[in-house]
Design a protein around this ligand. Sequence first.
Ligand SMILES: [Zn+2]
Length: 301
Amino acid sequence: MILYIAGAGHSGSSLLDVILNNHPKIIGTGELHRLSLNPNTRICSCGELINDCPVWRKRIKQLCKEKSLQLEDWEMSFSTTYLRSGSLSNKINDLVYWSNIDEVIRIFSKLNPFSIGLKKSILNTNAIHEVIKSQENIRIVVDSTKNAIRMKGLNLFLDAKILFLVRDGRAVTASAIRRGEGNMTKVTKNWTRRMKILTRLQNKIPSEQLLQIKYEDLCTDPEGIISEICKYLSVEFLPTMLKIHPGNYHTIPGNPWLVNDQTSEITIKKDERWRNELTPQQLVEFEKVGGLVNRKLGYVS
Ligand SMILES: [Zn+2]
């Protein structure tokens, strides 16, 4: 089974990914679509480059051998064309938002380059899932790529279960600004666009394949929320899932909070730096563009 974490960046998906990875029947892979993008310079959360990480080396070797795939061809063309090119990506997302994406993907799957690329990337994703499951005797692979089109493709073609992870948009935008992704107007527009398209594309996902959780609830009640996710996945909750030991994980990309300190156990705590960081002017800017969407997600104060 595939569990796909959907949401915006800076929403706590790396935290959720490693918690789930602590279950013996689950492997967290991180943003799996990045696997074939610059593997020579991309760092795994174990601290090694992807090409030097023994776990990924073994997986990639089998993938290339058994599935006759070259890693470079894995899904790079789809990702670079449609998902990773800034304004083009936004235009595609806007187009998808207004179209009936299920029909576009289904009916025209053999005709248009968008659907062909998406299907190829999803089938290649399935190939790496199969490799991981066979090598590591697990049941569930977690993919926290997060974007909406991949969510739709994985659910349509592979019946993936979706976990929609939401976080207060003000915390997300403050984090994006901290990481140098732009000013308040830009990062709020990006977050709002992502939330709108994710919400719309979830319309036709069967309810038993969709679970929404809040980052804030995960941090204040990790046992309750992880128990709920385990029930959704039909696996037993284990208290050891909440013990995070950096160095034990092989997720892509290596998130700095996992890579930088490989020695001590990480405590799960809510990051609310936005409350001190955002200026009154920035909060007004956020409200203008993203306020309504934020309230619809349940963030009312
Ligand atoms: Zn690794």
